[in-house]
Design a protein around this ligand. Structure first.
Ligand code: ZN
Length: 155
């Protein structure tokens, strides 16, 4: 059986640069993530526009300096998710149990999360619970927006 399609499908080959500045990839990464936050899945238009989005190093650059320029380690993130994530990385005892940030470039959303009627996400896996807690993915603004957007879609 083939693997289920991940939520985000990145371009098949990474763009290259001679400059030692990962920010040159900003527009490429933005395109790969279709202008959507890799963590809370908010689209730019609901989250103060593209100026409010940042390049996140999925594996933090402070802990994985060799991945500083690695294209596929760059994720599109809203400012708030990126601020909560900062340099955080799961402690070793969690990593040893296979728990870490849910990577939606590797798996489909439904594999880890359930969207509840009240707008909150429920984690189906330990990684999902860790991700929801660490990045506050049920913060009031997000929950209100999810409910509002669902109501709009129903009209
Ligand atoms: Zn976000």
């Amino acid at each position: 059986m083939s693997q289920p399609r991940p939520h985000f499908v990145r371009r098949p080959s990474a763009p290259t640069t001679k400059r030692l500045d990962y920010r040159v990839f900003r527009e490429n990464v933005r395109e790969d993530f279709r202008g959507t936050c890799a963590y809370c899945l908010l689209e730019e238009k609901w989250a103060a526009g593209r100026e409010n989005f940042e390049l996140d190093h999925f594996r933090p650059k402070s802990l994985f300096p060799h991945l500083l320029m690695s294209y596929y380690n760059l994720y599109w993130s809203c400012h708030v998710c990126n601020r909560f994530k900062t340099d955080r990385w799961p402690p070793r005892q969690l990593l040893e149990q296979g728990v870490g940030y849910v990577d939606l470039c590797a798996s489909p959303f439904q594999e880890h999360f359930v969207v509840q009627k009240n707008g909150k996400w429920r984690g189906k896996s330990l990684s999902a619970k860790y991700t929801i807690d660490s990045l506050r993915l049920n913060r009031p603004h997000l929950v209100e927006l999810r409910v509002l957007l669902r109501e709009l879609a129903l009209q």
